[in-house]
Design a binder for this molecule. Sequence first.
Ligand code: FAD
Length: 381
Amino acid sequence: MPIAVILGGGFAGLTIANKLAIKLKKRKEVEIVLIEPADLHLYEPGLLYYPFNDKPMSKLEKPISKILRKNVKHIKQKATKIDHENKKITLEDGKVIDYNCLVIATGVDLKEESLGLTDKDNVHHFYSAEATLKIREALKNFKGGNIVISPSTVPYKCPPAPVEFAFLLDEYLRRKKIRDKTNIKFLYPLPRPFNIRVVAAKILKLFEKKGIEFEPFFNYDKINTENKKILSFEGDKASYDLLVIIPPHEGQDVIKESGLGDKEGFVITDRETLQVEGQKSIYAVGDCTNIPASKAGTVAHFSADVIVKNMISKLDEKEPTARYDGKTLCFLVTSSSKSFLLDFSFKKEPRKIGLHSWRIYGIMKKLFQYLYFGGLITGRI
Ligand SMILES: Cc1cc2nc3c(=O)[nH]c(=O)nc-3n(C[C@H](O)[C@H](O)[C@H](O)COP(=O)(O)OP(=O)(O)OC[C@H]3O[C@@H](n4cnc5c(N)ncnc54)[C@H](O)[C@@H]3O)c2cc1C
């Protein structure tokens, strides 16, 4: 019996597993297997709001058993190696799983430990549930001073997230009545805070209006926790009382071990076919790839349709013809009640930003969690 294996059950892996399960429901000849060590799935886009509220983190979580369709077998383990010549995957306990077709969806490895910090350094981020609870406490205790925001590497998940965080932070500090005692500084390695010019211009205008200082070309090098300074490779520095740093992103060890990654361990993937370089039976999806698209759930969602179509074509011994065009949809939050919607692809950039529907998009972004768990990740949409 052909075996379709999905390696990694985050947003991308669960979406693909469920979409395949729907399409192949009546075709009992294919076994669908998901390899994922976790029991719970976290709705990551919600992490953006949680530093500024008191809600329990459990509101962002759902058991994988409640998301995954019955005709998918879940193996709760980590994979350690992909033997692509013999189409075998080795698991942590030494067992070996065969596949006919494989989808890699292992996401990114956040290298927090490489920052070399301790809990008392007042250096934080909001890219995991645990870290978000800590930054929430730090913000509660914050009485004023310098807050610096900076990514440590590019690319990182959800390119607008640090900008959105800055806007929400500004609003939070105003609510706490300590905005006038606080400087917010946004350091960025690139010349502008978003790769699309028209969006960057809008962000810079809002930064100016809200008194958020922007410093481009700041390539993070290290943190000096004794002097509370963040330093760049170019020799620039900024003093902080609270530092928000997006941890370094790399591909997972299993990718590096299997020789399928670039130098950061991201899977070398064709941006249109989503096939892994030199591998006819392996696709890659989501944050784990090196395609020139955002590391975002929306990219995973549109890519998933392409991969599922091509896998089914292969099963039917037809030529796989579906192609990903870089389609990305993104609500960029500018306050707790407003955001603007961006729609772009490899070939199409937004030329102007709709100004009129900000509030409605703000509401949509907040309600998105229902669509995410109800339709997207279950493979229905
Ligand atoms: C704060 C924040 C806000 C965001 N906001 C948005 C937003 O508004 N819109 C948007 O589109 N995106 C947003 N994103 C990005 C989005 O959450 C990610 O792009 C998406 O979750 C990526 O899904 P993925 O499946 O590729 O990776 P992940 O969800 O990280 O899943 C990878 C899975 O692989 C598993 N895995 C890893 N290694 C192995 C192994 N060796 N063996 C087996 N399994 C393995 C992991 O356990 C994990 O479950 C945001 C992200 C963050 C952090």
